[in-house]
Design a protein around this ligand. Structure first.
Ligand code: MG
Length: 381
């Protein structure tokens, strides 16, 4: 029996994680469920899975959740996430919340020696070096849930990490693959939210459309697998069947494949180091006679390039692009900025926020706040 805390249980990853738990009731027990503001779904989940602790971070919904769950410990506020990940019986914390807000509970979980199912890429983007050092110091495993990183993690089973020559992160290219800037200048929120292959939350879907998601994933991969920027290559693969690949020093390449379904990497993270049977739909080669590959378009999709610049620069620069990106994506979803303006504002932040070469945790938290304020000013202009 594995005891799991799910941070962000009402989101896309959270609800799929609960499907995995539901299908394997003898193996997994849910200790903690948390949501930002979807009180109704959180209550329904708590009634079904009977966790010990429930957290609603948005305080205005606290009374409603508390009243509906008289026999459960109900907490509220972001600090409650830090407390919730430290229950003695919890083995694994699935970090499925969106954004840099995942940083503090992830650190708390690592310090409490809980393994991490990492579905919050922003944590590694913001403070990857610090998180990986902390995990090593506490003997904690970080098991990636992001499909690309799960693919690489699976390809590395039985391999020596020093034998990696490079990795290929596959990208679907999103809904605007092949479009130019004059087209992109006028795309709407509705169009950007239609991802061709993956069903995901709004923020990551916009990030996929702008290729920022792949940029953030490159930074995530750098820290997870101890790579240099030049060892991480993005390749556009519109079918999303190969989830990513590792090329070893002898020239051999391993790929991990399957239908695009986030339940698979979640299932693997939960069962790791074992593989458990599942009844997920199987891939058919005959239905996909062609798997195609192309170079990413860095001219029209500048975010990917900005993320690589940030990765190479290091320090607090990835933290800057992440915070700026969270602000502009939110503004795009509120129809306050255009699609291309998102990259412009991120670039302005990269130029104007003070660079710190060796940031502390406090430096990261300050940079995050400072960038959000600065980026918001450009949004309301
Ligand atoms: Mg991904």
């Amino acid at each position: 029996m594995k005891n799991i805390a799910i941070l962000g249980s009402t989101g896309s990853i959270g609800t799929q994680a609960l499907e995995v738990v539901r299908a394997n009731p003898a193996r997994y027990k849910v200790d903690v469920l948390t949501a930002q503001r979807n009180a109704e779904l959180l209550i329904a989940q708590a009634l079904e899975f009977q966790p010990e602790v429930v957290v609603i971070t948005c305080e205005e919904h606290y009374a409603q959740v508390k009243q509906a769950l008289p026999n459960t410990e109900v907490l509220c506020g972001e600090d409650a996430l830090v407390a919730a990940v430290q229950l003695p019986q919890t083995n694994l914390v699935l970090t499925a919340i969106m954004g840099a807000v995942g940083l503090k509970p992830t650190i708390a979980a690592i310090e409490a020696k809980k393994d991490i199912g990492l579905a919050n890429k922003e944590t590694l983007v913001v403070a990857g070096e610090l998180i990986m050092q902390l995990a090593k110091a506490h003997g904690v495993k970080i098991i990636p849930v992001d499909s690309e990183h799960s693919a690489i993690f699976q390809c590395l089973t039985g391999e020596d990490i020093n034998d990696i020559e490079k990795i290929y992160l596959t990208a679907s290219g999103g809904p605007f693959r092949g479009k130019d800037r004059s087209f992109l200048a006028h795309v709407t929120k509705k169009e950007a939210l239609k991802h061709p292959n993956w069903v995901m939350g709004a923020k990551i879907t916009i990030d996929s459309a702008s290729l920022m998601n792949k940029g953030l994933e490159a930074i995530e991969a750098k820290w997870l697998f101890g790579l240099q920027a030049e060892q991480i290559e993005v390749v556009v693969h519109p079918q999303s069947i190969i989830h990513s690949m590792v090329q070893f020093t002898d020239g051999s390449i391993k790929a991990q494949m399957g239908l695009p379904d986030m339940k698979l990497p979640i299932h693997y993270a939960f069962s790791y180091p074992n593989r458990l049977k599942s009844d997920f739909e199987r891939f058919s080669f005959l239905k996909y006679p062609q798997l195609t590959f192309a170079e990413p378009d860095l001219q029209n999709f500048r975010n990917l390039q900005l993320a690589y610049i940030a990765m190479e620069k290091g320090g607090n620069m990835p933290c800057i692009i992440n915070a700026a990106n969270e602000v502009v994506v939110d503004a795009f979803l509120k129809e306050q900025v255009g699609f291309l303006e998102m990259s412009d504002i991120i670039e302005t932040c990269m130029q104007d926020i003070p660079f710190i070469e060796k940031p502390t945790l406090n430096n990261y938290l300050e940079t995050d706040q400072q960038t959000r304020i600065f980026a918001s000013r450009h949004v309301t202009k």
